[in-house]
Design a protein around this ligand. Sequence first.
Ligand code: SF4
Ligand code: SF4
Length: 473
Amino acid sequence: MNTNNNILEQEEEFRDSVATITKEGKRNYIHPKKPKGRLYNLRTWFTVFYLIVFFGLPFIKVNGEPLMMFNFLERKFVLFGVVFWPQDFFIFGIGMLAFIVFIILFTVVFGRVFCGWACPQTIFMEMIFRKIEYWIDGDSTKQMQLRKMPWNSFKIKKRVIKFIIFYAISFIIANFFLAYIIGMDKLLEYVSHPAQSIGTFISLMIFTTIFFFVYWWFREQVCIVVCPYGRLQGVLLDRNSIVVAYDYERGEPRGKLTKKTIEEETHKGDCVDCFACVRVCPTGIDIRNGTQLECVNCTACIDACDAIMTSVHKPVGLIRYASENSIKEKKKLVFNRRIKAYSSVLLLLISLLAFLLISRTDLDATLMRTAGMTYTTLPDGRISNLYNLKLANKTHQDIPITLKLENVPGEIELIATKTALIKKSDYTHLQFFVKLKREDIKNWKTQLDIGLYDAGKKVKTIRAKFIGPEVYN
Ligand code: SF4
Ligand code: SF4
């Protein structure tokens, strides 16, 4: 009994420590061995495509607007050339909800595939900065030697080169992230006149330094400690989720492959306990301990194990994309109740989003009577009310708007302007008086229908209440 408990304790020991922290509580810097193999090559090609898209998108324009822009500062968002203003916030909110449910559904079925293949953190860290590091410092053994080496001219030269390249790339990345926020046109304007935009330049350098810090030092800690998506895995994954997994049914009992074990046929499982999968892991874990929060599904261990399996003439795939049920019970993916429920919610949200987008108008108007004012009696005896009108033009053309009273005879007088020109993809704020004759006012509150016309064509009708004296006629 005691022996069994001891074995169990040893097997569970990995849970008591974190690979990236030493027993003394200091940072254990991971130097993974350079991965190579089929999946790594595929990921490299995918990265090339990803980077072309990432660095190319800010240059693409549709109808004079960026293809994508998320200007939180001016509360202006552009998706595929369509401008969204704060008035469209509910569409944006529903869109975000649909996106989150999609991510959840995707994770329930495919685990952390996104982390390994498409997360900017993994792409930049593993496929850009790490590759440069291998090129400058060499593979893991050389990196460790360099780390332990006292400071000399060789080490200083390597570190300075790496520092300059890492900082330059961080600067480029920070610029492009900013382009997604303010647009490429504004960014180029700032870059060509840095003296006039010193505030932007300082923020840019702060972001560059943060990126540099992440890729130089913080690295896998972003995925392990900071990323909320990573921490959600515990509740999103189930036994049917497809993750990078070790086939313990096939691999155990593990053991070194020696002449003796081969001759005596004592080697039962396929795992030869070579630790190749651990050595390539950028988060320092042993995937043979099962699915762990630290695993970003980078597939490096799959390639490493496949190479070992090939060399010992065993089938590849001891570590592969698989679900717990497919390993334990050899079951295929089941479309279970949870997946069905998420799919229904997702379908509902996408339908709602489609409806909102189709019924979205080109001109948004919010009309309010000026707060704190009732009515004014004019010298000619007419009664006037003051209104505030906010107009958002979501098209790519300027709209000259004229206002007309539709249901009551009277006059509309714009303040400080004769015509209301709303620039393309912009919004404007107008103030105007509505003046009615006393005999046209039947109640102390009269409903007004105000038509908004663009070159004689009505584009919208807005309603307002007109306040008059208590009793007339
Ligand atoms: S366990 Fe494998 S897939 Fe997961 S992070 Fe490590 S190397 Fe990548
Ligand atoms: S690389 Fe494969 S054979 Fe080697 S320790 Fe890992 S799982 Fe076992």
